[in-house]
Write a protein that binds this ligand. Structure first.
Ligand code: 4NP
Length: 150
């Protein structure tokens, strides 16, 4: 399993959703793997995931102890994949990626044709469920790429 880092803006809503869902998949499949998440911004560093993300993760048995953090230079060497939740996040990552980065940068939704997982921050529970659903479907498409025999 490659080492995967999910990145959104605040690291409290979308990328923790993605981290929890991929952690659960690996746990269920009995596969080891390094999964983490970070924000392009650091305003929420040290906080837990947004309660609305936690609600969804709990419901699907994918809750985990999250502590928000900002992306750092070493992440580009420490991970195989850095998956951005939206195109702004991807642009921000591209602007700070070192030339010799180990990590491949992509959008979480690339296997589904690209586009954004919309920021649910100012939305409601339905928006967080939509975040879950988009990431769930994207992981269905990523898993066989990472594990051709799975
Ligand atoms: P996230 O959502 O990027 O999915 O974690 C947001 C969380 C906080 C803010 C924006 C988006 N904020 O502006 O504080």
């Amino acid at each position: 399993m490659p080492d995967v880092l999910f990145v959104c803006l605040g690291n409290i809503c979308r990328s923790p959703m993605a981290e929890g869902l991929l952690r659960k998949r690996l746990r269920d499949a009995g596969r080891p793997g390094r999964v983490a998440s970070a924000g392009t911004g650091g305003w929420h560093a040290g906080e837990g995931a947004d309660p609305r993300t936690v609600d969804v993760l709990r419901r699907v048995g994918a809750d985990y102890p999250h502590q928000a953090r900002q992306i750092q230079a070493g992440d580009f060497q420490a991970f195989d994949w850095i998956l951005a939740l939206d195109r702004n996040n991807l642009r921000d990552l591209q602007s700070i990626a070192p030339i010799d980065a180990r990590a491949q940068l992509a959008l979480v939704l690339d296997p589904l044709g690209g586009g954004d997982v919309p920021d649910p921050w100012s939305g409601g529970p339905r928006d967080f469920q939509r975040v879950h659903d988009l990431i769930h479907d994207a992981l269905d498409a990523w898993m066989p790429r990472w594990h051709p025999t799975a």
